[in-house]
Ligand binder design. Structure first.
Ligand SMILES: Nc1ncnc2c1ncn2[C@@H]1O[C@H](COP(=O)(O)OP(=O)(O)O)[C@@H](O)[C@H]1O
Ligand SMILES: [Mg+2]
Length: 327
């Protein structure tokens, strides 16, 4: 019998705009000969499935079901196309764990951990991966620009610790610029990460698991026309993404190995995308962050990488769904 999948999208943050685009790509490529699927919108005003007529069916949160014309539909698995909270930070994962419904993403602990950039690099460093030196600031504990300048070597990146999409992030070259950058980041989050700048080429790489194997996708090099890969560079075309990256095989191997190691150390599931800067002087990739629900709009990096691997998106999403049942 065909299994029934809930494709979950939306979310409570500004990233919902991207979530809807990710869900549109998946819907376009999901193999309907293999899976029945229903789109579920996790919206601040409620959790809904919309019928073709426009009628909104409210999800019964007791068992994550919907009832259409008196027929109750329960889901065999959930495919998560939701960036930001609550689909990427472990909250939805915890709820689905309580209901024993399998899902396509990392588990609750890994999702919550990797949503926190500082905790992510701390665990990565513990596992021997290279990361930038950094300070973790909280809004109720005052740390002065002087203390930061005495602890870290400028330039630094000042980022909201839990944010995404580069909102509230600044690069600071001079101590005089620190306070403004801190104020900007604290507007977005109660925790801020101040990280030393790593110079080098930027690579980002999708990794997924299928039939027990960790599979790194082809690497993408990100070349930003702006000072860094900020929101405008990411979503408004001010960056160039080259897939597969034109890079020496030895460097590509290092990036792939670091990505596969991170996937394994963090006990990831489904497709994640890991950002790195390759520093020539140290001849090492430095891990910046792990995105556990990476963007998958038509123009996004992961779909580009899947195509570069020679897979169709249909095969890829079937592999991700099948993996939900192998846990
Ligand atoms: N420590 C760093 N050194 C050099 N570049 C960085 C550093 N941190 C962030 N960046 C730049 O800023 C971009 C966004 O940072 P990232 O930590 O990946 O946050 P986001 O969640 O916004 O993607 C990166 O893609 C990279 O271009
Ligand atoms: Mg990033």
């Amino acid at each position: 019998m065909k299994k029934t999948i809930a494709l979950v999208t939306g979310g409570y943050s500004g990233e919902s705009v991207i979530s809807y685009k990710t869900a549109a790509t998946i819907q376009q490529h999901i193999d309907s000969s293999k899976w029945n699927h229903y789109l579920i919108d996790i919206h601040p005003s409620g959790w809904f499935h919309s019928l073709a007529s426009g009628e909104k069916i409210t999800v019964d949160k007791n068992d994550f079901s919907i009832t259409i014309d008196g027929n109750k539909i329960l889901f065999d698995a959930v495919l998560i196309a939701l960036h930001g909270t609550p689909g990427e930070d472990g909250k939805l994962q915890g709820y689905l764990d309580c209901l024993q419904i399998p899902y396509s993403s990392c588990d609750t602990a890994t999702s919550a951990l990797t949503f926190n950039k500082r905790y992510t690099v701390a665990v990565a460093a513990f596992a021997g991966l290279h990361v930038a030196k950094s300070m973790h600031l909280f809004n109720d504990t005052i740390v002065t620009p002087e203390e930061i300048a005495a602890t870290l070597t400028l330039p630094v990146f000042v980022k909201p610790n839990n944010g995404g999409s580069s909102i509230g992030m600044s690069r600071v070259n001079e101590p005089a610029g620190l306070q403004l950058a801190l104020d900007k980041a604290f507007k977005e989050d109660s925790q801020v990460l101040v990280e030393e700048f790593i110079s080098g080429r930027e690579f980002t790489i999708g990794v997924f698991k299928s039939k027990g194997n960790i599979i790194p996708l082809p690497i993408t090099e990100v070349i930003s026309k702006k000072e860094f890969f900020d929101y405008e560079a990411k979503y408004e075309g001010a960056s160039q993404e080259i897939t597969p990256a034109q890079v020496e095989e030895s460097i590509a191997n290092q990036v792939r190995a670091a990505a596969a190691k991170a996937y394994s150390v963090f006990n990831c599931r489904g497709v994640v995308r890991i950002d790195f800067i390759y520093n020539e002087a140290k001849a090492q990739p430095y891990m910046l962050e792990i995105n556990t629900v990476p963007g998958q709009s038509a123009a996004s990096i992961v779909p580009q990488q899947v195509r570069a691997m020679g897979w169709s998106l249909q095969e890829f999403y079937s592999a991700l769904i099948e993996d939900c049942f192998n846990r």
